[in-house]
Design a protein around this ligand. Structure first.
Ligand code: SF4
Length: 389
């Protein structure tokens, strides 16, 4: 297997996570993550690399003057070409080797340039997510608590993610558009989102290149949530010349416009599907219209890349959330194409740890019985979860 030959056999992650190697002998995992695997092993060019070679017949300076609506219309004209390149790449009729040979010279203006400009427009006044704060982020912050600058708190090869992702080149961005009372990363999402290092697009591209060159299977954009930093992330890909799968690890509350941009560049989605109804979402994350927004984005994601859905089982939320989430997945997504991680690692954190009486049902870990019922329902619904849970 050419990809694994890059590493010395004694490489630490192979000893810590041997399952990260063995998982690829599971035919269903390989089938469902076929695109990701092709990019990860450098057989196929990542989607952002394809977006770089879709030539846009517009003047670069002229593009800078266009408003959001005009840029979205231009994107629409070129998306089909990107899609057809992606179909070829998926069938390995356009391999990474072919790509490097055929596209030695990149167009001056590409679909990725247009995407980067759209992302800038979406970020200020900000409508990157469905909160649509419309604030001028050079002067104030919206609900996600971060200005226009992008803050990276840490980046490293994460060995704790799902086995097909390890080692995962994870980048933790500050800020989050949710306010989860049980957040396990509350220091960077809610408490001090601006205490990280400010990075611009060029620096972010360097970080990604380093992670990949030292063995990352993917670039895992996470936080907090990566959505408030989306403009820097998209622009960074203009400077990134290393082939690597791009992974979006998010609560999936992006605005429709932001979601469309992501479908041009994300190879594998790692959505966090938390709640099965709006009431729990409003009470525990202070977020409106949860089901409408997240299910819309999940459907779009399923059409545009591979996917491992995460669902954290919350104690006392089995019938209102866990069962509803599993049922929605089984009825609305191509369940023979996705994997689901049913997570048991909930523990009381953040506000729940401080004020357990306010959310009494969350002041404990999920019970073995709750976990067993969740697994049993997933099995009955035909959802594949064992290899990644
Ligand atoms: S990312 Fe969302 S929460 Fe943050 S400012 Fe933009 S619209 Fe508001």
């Amino acid at each position: 297997m050419a990809f694994f030959e890059r590493f010395a056999p004694e490489h630490v992650w192979m000893r810590v996570r041997p399952d990260a190697i063995h998982v690829w002998s599971h035919p269903e995992v390989l089938e469902r993550l076929r695109w990701y695997y092709s990019v990860m092993t450098d057989q196929a060019p990542a989607k952002f690399m394809l977006a770089k070679v879709v030539e846009v017949d517009e003047d670069e300076k002229g593009l800078q003057t266009l408003d959001l609506g005009e840029l979205l219309r231009i994107r629409e004209r070129y998306v089909r070409e990107h899609r057809s390149l992606w179909v070829k790449a998926r069938n390995l009729q356009l391999t990474l080797e072919d790509y490097r040979r055929e596209f030695r010279t990149k167009p001056k203006v590409s679909l990725l340039h247009v995407d980067a400009l759209i992302a800038q427009r979406l970020a200020n006044p900000c409508i990157l997510c469905e909160r649509r704060c419309r604030v001028d982020r050079t002067r104030r912050v919206g609900a996600c608590r971060v200005p226009l600058k992008t803050y990276v708190h840490s980046w490293f090869h994460h060995l704790g993610e799902e086995s097909p992702l390890v080692p995962s080149g994870t980048i933790f961005y500050g800020g989050c558009n949710f306010t989860c009372v049980f957040c396990q990363n509350f220091d960077i999402s809610q408490q001090s989102p601006r205490s990280g290092n400010v990075v611009d697009a060029k620096r972010l591209a360097q970080i990604q290149a380093q992670l990949r060159l030292h063995g990352a299977r993917n670039i895992n954009h996470v936080g907090g949530d990566p959505t408030p930093s989306l403009h820097t992330i998209v622009e960074s890909m203009l400077y990134l010349d290393v082939n690597v799968p791009q992974l979006w690890n998010s609560n999936m509350y992006m605005s429709l416009e932001a979601m469309l941009l992501l479908t041009d560049i994300i190879d594998i989605w790692l959505p966090d599907f938390k709640y099965g109804n709006d009431k729990c979402a409003a009470r525990l994350s202070a977020v409106p219209r949860y089901m409408e927004v997240v299910t819309r984005n999940l459907k779009l994601a399923a059409e545009s890349g591979d996917m491992i859905i995460r669902h954290l089982v919350l104690p006392g939320h089995l019938s209102c959330c866990t069962m509803k989430v599993l049922e929605w997945i089984a009825s609305n997504l191509p369940k023979d194409k996705i994997l689901v991680n049913i997570m048991e690692q909930y523990r009381p954190e953040n506000l729940v740890a401080k004020y357990p009486r306010r959310w009494p049902e969350l002041a404990r870990r999920p019970s073995p019985r709750e976990m067993e019922l969740a697994y049993e329902r997933a099995r009955r619904l035909g959802i594949l979860f064992e290899p990644v849970s």
